[in-house]
Design a protein around this ligand. Sequence first.
Ligand SMILES: Nc1ncnc2c1ncn2[C@@H]1O[C@H](COP(=O)(O)OP(=O)(O)OP(=O)(O)O)[C@@H](O)[C@H]1O
Ligand SMILES: [Mg+2]
Length: 518
Amino acid sequence: MLAIAQSAVLVGITSFPVRVEVQAERGIPTFELVGLAEAAVRESRVRVKSALAGVGVDISECRVTVNLAPADVKKSGSSFDLAIALGTLVALGAIPEESIAGVLLLGELSLNGGMQSLRGVVAHLLGAKERGVVRAIVPRANEREAALVDGVEVELASTLGEIVDALRGKGALRQPKVVASATVTSPIDDLSDVRGQHGARRALEICASGAHNLLMMGPPGAGKTMLARRLPGILPALSREEALEVIAIHGVAGLLGTTSSLVVERPFRAPHHTASDVALVGGGEHSRPGEVSLSHHGVLFLDELSELRRTALEALRQPLEDGVVTVCRMRMTVTFPARPMLIGATNPCPCGNYGDGTPRCGCGFEAIRQYRRRLSGPLLDRLDFHVVLPRVDLLELQSASGGESSAVVRARVEASRATQRERWRRGEVSVQANAHLSQRDVERVCALDATGKDVLAQAVERRGLSARAYGKVLRLARTIADMDGATAIAAKHVMEAVLGRVLDRDQTNGRPFETDAA
Ligand SMILES: Nc1ncnc2c1ncn2[C@@H]1O[C@H](COP(=O)(O)OP(=O)(O)OP(=O)(O)O)[C@@H](O)[C@H]1O
Ligand SMILES: [Mg+2]
């Protein structure tokens, strides 16, 4: 008889339903699998045959034909094993047909019938919930993820044998226990460790408040990496939806660890500057998410920004603008969310000491110019706020206490985010954070008074701000005003926002700047 089982395939982080049709009968032994299946899926035949033998069903005298529908969606991965095995059992009359009707079946089987842990369970269950699927069976090893999604009745199993017994009415499968997911910030990285660097601390807080991108330029050992690592700790806690999205992306990438509970922190990703374009933006043979998606809702830290390859910078430009990455692969377009806060860090010159005085910078004018030119205009444009860090003063380093703790700063950040969310809730703007305001939103909520306009006009003239940088300044000024609790943007808010464009000048008109060597 023909049996039908329900499974699913992931395209990006979207789960698409796959109908597994199985025809099985006594006959010349064959096991055919059709329906645009990749090699890993075709290998399923070997695993299923062996696993079925383990539950006492020998298909070596059977003609089995499996069709994965719809046929125009490429099937990859090994999660169809369970559906194929149970479909075969139904087709052979070994378990009742209605026992698997409408149940989403996900699992890779080992030769002895064990259920292997699976990638992307959260993404699958979120998709199932959306499609109105009410029941699913997944590997026990994915319990923590299964517990996160409500609205689908999930059952867990470690072996095919357990499932067959349960479907025959002998015993029941266990349901996932809800494990509390906590938002914690690593107590090791606190802002109070940072001595001095008041300007950079302020810049970090402004950017955290409005989700703006930040560029830090400073000599080696000034604390750039240190500050960037402390950014997740001052960002507001992830909402439940955001956390699920983060887990879905990391789950698809196979990056969820194996600890007993899922701790949901904002991601912090710091890829090396030699990372490939695919590693940064995603794609490749298996259409995996790249760093820009793995840091969605978190922080993407690009250290040594001037050393990053040109093609990588180019590849990042579009995702940073759109908040999504689209990768194309064999007729399929895969889209991943990609909205991190970007933090770039760079030295001011090849030796790192320019503008410092002690020790003197030995780089020539041309060398510095070349070095800075690598931070291309378009990328610099996308880094909303620039801050130049001085070397840390010895007295400050020796001082007993650092600045405010992450918790204190986070409370303020949360307050200004709440103001922004409130505007969104009232329908005044289309997004929840100032950095993402659309052009129309900006026109609506970033109006300047006459003095503010004047300040900005002078900045445009002196620094040669691009149209994009102009818009960034307005959004930043909105954030600074929000931090100040001000409804209207005042001139002082614009002034501080304009200070955040310090590096535009040497890029746009190439005006010479002094070096110690010159
Ligand atoms: N402002 C600071 N307050 C306290 N300690 C600091 C500060 N800046 C640097 N340090 C100390 O120096 C170490 C190196 O700092 P960090 O790695 O952040 O420098 P960096 O600016 O990223 O340098 P590089 O340009 O070489 O990457 C830190 O781990 C910390 O111990
Ligand atoms: Mg560093």
